[in-house]
Design a protein around this ligand. Structure first.
Ligand code: ADP
Length: 448
């Protein structure tokens, strides 16, 4: 009723006046009055229609018309509608802008395809992985831009549960996982994710499992073989069975050693394994390691110490001891009889350098960058003969990295090698007599 009461009451008023005129001045006066009113109404209507059409033509520039009565109501409602539309348009624009920003920030390549597999839109990452350009390639058929046979097969199969793993058409080093997601009416979202790193980690994991299995299989086969022989021949001479037991013990120790190294590596790698903050006296540690090297060498090498600084290192005694001990035992194991081995501790440009110098067989340059990889050995049988697991230098690298230190390797085949653990200045404690240095319980035993 809100809309009707005003025009109806005006109409009633006009009719009342016309009736009064009719009664007082006759029908002609009443008719003239009604005609005059109708002309005014028509003119007003024309004027308001003109204002309305002008406003509708430029709704954002022209201010909405203002009027009394029904026209005022109409204008007010139209203006309200326009305001609501404006608000939802700006919400939509904001949402679109946000989507565009998010799509630009997404590291995966994203392409929207229409029902004919033409490109509707793509994000900047799709340029990096697939060489697509949103402006240039809009409307292009994707099959003409990405022509790899397995991609075309994948596109035609339209099996949305599958992912395609393939090389990037721009860079053969990059591996992509491509997925198609259907949406809307016949549209598809193509998502290309860079899985190079995942693939690399997966390959390392597979290699690692293969290596561990291989390392364990040989000693297990040996032990198994001897157990069978002993079981089948219970009356074997004592000397013979003694020899078998010794070999079994050797191989069991080898497996034990391998498992110990694997556990050490896994402990070093676990994120919640915090680094201890102990003061490690490297000069004292060098003396302990030299004594251990003497005992490992059994007099086959000349072992000497060259300590020119008394700096200590802040870190985990157990880890540093195991890393430096690995370098020393490698020097003994890979240096032929009568060779020289020197353990040196010195300062170089503020850094602490613990170097193990040997006159052993040396290592060809192409092997050096790979020595710290797990199970990498220059000579597999030589490593096994000397009780190596192939994990020693991987452990050294981990320990040093945890201490902000690094390993330097220099070697000349036939002449010898230098393996140096270089500790940064921030890890060194120089000439601090008050510092509590962790004692080495093994020192007296090893030296004794
Ligand atoms: P392993 O248990 O086989 O010694 P490491 O990780 O300690 O494993 O060493 C990896 C490889 O590096 C060894 O197999 C050996 O070929 C080489 N290597 C390490 N130290 C020396 C050295 N002092 N002289 C010559 N070769 C060495």
């Amino acid at each position: 009723m809100g809309f009707w009461w005003r025009p109806l009451s005006v109409l009633a008023g006009v009719l009342l006046v016309a009736l009064m005129l009719w009664a007082g001045a006759g029908a002609v006066a009443a008719l003239m009055f009604l005609t005059g009113i109708q002309a005014v109404v028509m003119l007003r209507r024309l004027w308001q229609e003109y204002r309305l059409s002008r406003w509708l033509e430029h709704p954002d520039e022209v201010t909405p018309p203002n009027a009394m009565g029904t026209w005022g109501d109409i204008f007010y409602r139209l203006e309200k509608l326009q305001r609501r539309q404006r608000a939802s348009r700006s919400e939509l624009t904001n949402a679109l802008e946000q989507f565009e920003h998010a799509a630009t920030a997404v590291p995966d390549g994203m392409v929207i395809l229409n029902g004919n597999d033409q490109i509707d839109w793509c994000n900047p990452a799709s340029r990096k992985y697939m060489g697509l350009d949103c402006e240039r390639d809009r409307g292009q058929f994707i099959r003409y831009l990405l022509r790899q046979a397995h991609f075309l097969e994948f596109l035609d199969a339209a099996d949305y549960s599958r992912r395609l793993v393939c090389k990037s058409p721009l860079n053969r080093e990059v591996t992509l996982s491509i997925q198609l997601v259907p949406f809307g009416e016949g549209k598809k979202l193509l998502v290309a994710r860079d899985i190079t790193e995942l693939e690399r980690v997966d390959a390392i994991r597979r290699d690692f499992i293969a290596n561990v299995s291989h390392e364990l299989r040989t000693p297990l086969t040996v032990v198994g073989g001897f157990v069978e022989t002993l079981a089948d021949a219970p009356t074997l001479p004592a000397s013979e069975s003694r020899r078998y037991f010794d070999l079994m013990l050797d191989n069991t120790r080898r497996m034990q050693h391998l498992l110990d190294d694997l556990l050490t590596l896994s402990r070093l790698e676990s994120a919640d394994h915090n680094l201890k903050d102990e003061v490690v006296s490297v000069p004292e540690l060098a003396r302990v390691l030299a004594a251990e090297a003497e005992s490992l060498s059994g007099g086959r090498h000349r072992i000497s110490l060259d300590i020119t600084c008394d700096a200590n290192v802040r870190g985990s005694l157990q880890e540093i001891r195991s890393a430096l001990g690995n370098l020393v035992s490698n020097a003994v194991r890979y240096t032929p009889e009568d060779g020289d081995i020197t353990l040196a501790w010195s300062l170089r440009n503020g850094e602490g350098v613990f170097a193990v110098v040997d006159t052993g067989e040396g290592i060809a340059a192409e092997h050096i960058p790979r020595l710290t990889e797990r199970f990498y050995r220059v000579d597999r049988s030589r490593s096994r003969e000397t009780g190596g697991t192939g994990l020693g230098l991987a452990i050294v690298k981990h320990v040093l990295t945890r201490h902000g230190a690094h390993l330097e390797i220099r070697s000349t085949p036939g002449k010898g090698s230098t393996f140096a653990a270089v500790f940064p200045e921030s890890r060194l404690i120089i000439a601090q007599p008050s510092a509590t240095v962790i004692p080495f319980p093994a020192l007296e035993q090893a030296a004794g």
